[in-house]
Design a binder for this molecule. Sequence first.
Ligand SMILES: Nc1ncnc2c1ncn2[C@@H]1O[C@H](COP(=O)(O)OP(=O)(O)OP(=O)(O)O)[C@@H](O)[C@H]1O
Length: 321
Amino acid sequence: MTAPIIELDQLTKKYDDQYAVDHLSLTINKGEIFGLLGPNGAGKSTTILMMLGLSEPSAGSVKVCGLNSTSEPLAVKQRVGYLPDDLGFYDDMTGFENLIYTARLNGIDRKTAEERALQLLKRVGLLDAAHKKSGKYSRGMRQRLGLADVLMKKPELIILDEPTLGIDPEGVRELLQLIRHLNQVEGITVLLSSHHLHQVQQICDRVGIFVQGKLLAEGNLEELAEKLYFEDLFVIDVRVDHIDQQLIKQLNEVKGVNRVAQISDKEMAVYGESNITTDIANIIIQTNTGLQYIQQRNYGLDEIYHRYFEGADHSAKNTKS
Ligand SMILES: Nc1ncnc2c1ncn2[C@@H]1O[C@H](COP(=O)(O)OP(=O)(O)OP(=O)(O)O)[C@@H](O)[C@H]1O
């Protein structure tokens, strides 16, 4: 049974005459890792601020953990951990001391706070640096301390705004692993905002593509591919001994094939709306054109996103009902 943990209904934020968030409706369920993916200025941070009750919607509503974020921001804050992109710590305090400070602000008693802080520092791989001043931490270490910090109050949901910004690849890998672990082992729901496609693709169950305040599409990778690329959902790369016009004609006649693009005298790409790999292989074998290689191309989110945004006419591509 899926239960909603974030419910946005026609959520809107307007600055002067510009929509930062434009009638956004979206439901995120308990236990998910949801990726809010979009370029700079898409409205991701504004949406998050409204979820936390830190910014008031111009219209529409936002509920988090069953609470209205706009009218009950403090209750939401108790249940949600938020890691902003410009995370601040007291740099002259150690990592451990920073966590204890957060615990005090959240009304956690000293003994519990110390136990929890050490547990969390261990979990995020900072036990060795626990008593080092946080001002001396690297950006990756600060983000991991940030995760420990939001976990101090045992949140049901964590919201991470561009958590991997400025971290080196190894640090990114560790941070993503940690986020996945928190989700899978501890059952914490995660909302992650990012414009890093590969990272979102690695850990998110579902992704929402967000542009100019609007959600263009949402779903898992397969669903997104279908929503954004419904015309040429399947692309099959083929290499044969020789390509002739008869072969191209026959391939074009296969049910489900949209077009055949010849790339060289031996290579072509066949675009279709259904999985036509077997039919194509059969034709090549029947026509004795010497099949060397055939493979269905898998779209990653990266390719989906880039091909989608490179296309000029978004509305035309996104009209599948
Ligand atoms: N306080 C504000 N006053 C006026 N306009 C704002 C304000 N905050 C955000 N905006 C505008 O709203 C739009 C969405 O900004 P937002 O920061 O939510 O985008 P974002 O997707 O989080 O981008 P980024 O990744 O760059 O932070 C932008 O056009 C931004 O200029």
